[in-house]
Design a protein. Structure first.
Length: 400
């Protein structure tokens, strides 16, 4: 049984290191591409093809290095979760099935990985914050803080999920670039010149073929390895959360326990109030009489001490009232004067409006008379012109 579990753990750890295969395949593809371009034999025909392939392979290598860093962090977090699960199982067994939260609620070193420990610290603070006043608390789930989103952040899922598409795009880009190079160098009008340019066309197609092959190949391999690593991490997380819920997660108060605690609290409050009422019953009448005597004495002393001042205050208030009355009369007169002024202003405004209307009517009449005079002048001018023309004609006849 022990050997079986050990082999299983070894298999999981090897699976988490599966991204090392990327570098092995990368080295093989680099050697293969260099061999096809004649680097090892010294027979390469086109330096441009070699430079393009090396440039694309360099970009792919940079992507693999960045992804391997994130895979390494994710692997360490996954190992930490698996070790924590195993440790909780052993502690729970040693404690005889007793809940382990009391041992870990103040544990600031539950995890070695900073990301996990930060999330666990937030969980501990959350549990303490929801603690009730009487020492019992409600529970929350650790999955709210240590979950798949945390693994995605550690494993740079935002970056690695786009690497397969990027690799495929590099392959397609190399294809079009190689074809463009080959067709750009291809020219000729007859069979002899065309046969001389076939070599450049084939060289460009070689670039297109090579980049397409290793771009799509790396995309497929990376996608398989990436999904395998993330699936293993998610499964380990689920296993850890299940173990934590069974062994360590604090219990939430049940409904019947809440009701019982509330009844005890209410009974205590009722007993305290009853004692206070009993204490107040016996002395209520005496306290009322004492308060009455105190009020009478206070009133008499105030009357004796402040009699003269109260008279002065009354005279001052009387004078103020008379002044207020006179001021009110003045204000009333002012209001009447303002009202009369407003009425006069309104009458003046009506008179001005009437005058303006009359002026408008008079202006219209003047305009009509002006038009009539203009028409009469025009008619007289036409009549005089006609008479002058007639006179001119008669004079001409007379002279003849």
């Amino acid at each position: 049984m022990f050997l079986r579990h050990r082999k299983k753990r070894m298999g999981k750890r090897m699976k988490r290191k599966l991204y090392y295969v990327l570098f092995l395949l990368y080295a093989i593809v680099v050697v293969f591409v260099l061999y096809l371009n004649g680097v090892f034999t010294g027979e390469w025909s086109s330096s441009i093809n070699l430079i393009i392939n090396i440039g694309f392979l360099l970009i792919i290598g940079i992507l693999f290095v960045i992804s391997s860093i994130s895979f390494g962090r994710l692997g360490r977090v996954t190992d930490e979760l698996e070790q924590a699960s195993q440790r909780l199982k052993e502690d729970y067994k040693k404690a005889g099935g007793r809940n382990l939260w009391s041992e870990h609620r103040d544990n600031a070193e539950f995890f070695e990985e900073k990301d996990l420990q930060d999330a666990f610290d937030k969980y501990r603070l959350r549990v303490k914050s929801v603690k009730a006043r009487r020492g019992t608390g409600s529970s929350c789930d650790l999955e709210e803080y240590i979950n798949e989103d945390l693994l995605d952040t550690v494993g740079m899922n935002f970056f690695n999920s786009g690497v397969p598409g990027t690799l495929t795009g590099i392959g397609i880009l190399g294809t079009f670039l190689g074809l463009s190079m080959g067709l750009g160098a291809f020219s000729g009008d007859d069979i002899f010149t065309i046969s001389d340019n076939v070599g450049s066309l084939l060289s460009g197609m070689k670039v297109a073929f090579h980049t397409s092959v290793y771009g799509i190949f790396f995309s497929l391999v990376f996608n398989i390895i990436y999904r395998s690593i993330m699936t293993e991490a998610y499964q380990t997380l689920d296993a850890f959360l299940n173990v934590f819920r069974q062994t360590t997660q604090p219990f939430a108060m049940k409904d019947d326990e809440n009701s019982a605690t509330m009844l005890v609290y209410q009974a205590g409050m009722a007993s305290t109030l009853r004692q206070i009422l009993e204490m107040m019953k016996g002395s209520a009448a005496e306290q009322t009489a004492g308060v009455g005597r105190i009020v009478d004495q206070f009133t008499q002393q105030m009357q004796t001490a402040l009699d003269t001042d109260f008279k002065k205050l009354g005279n001052v208030l009387k004078s103020a009232g008379e002044s207020q009355t006179a001021s009110a009369a003045n204000v009333a007169q002012m209001v009447e004067a303002v009202t009369a002024l407003v009425e006069t202003n309104r009458n003046m405004q009506e008179a001005l409006t009437s005058i303006m209307e009359r002026q408008e009517i008079f202006a219209g009449q003047l305009e009509d008379q002006k038009k009539m005079l203009t028409d009469m002048c025009n008619d007289m001018s036409d009549e005089i012109s006609s008479q002058l023309y007639t006179f001119e004609q008669m004079r001409n006849l007379y002279e003849k």
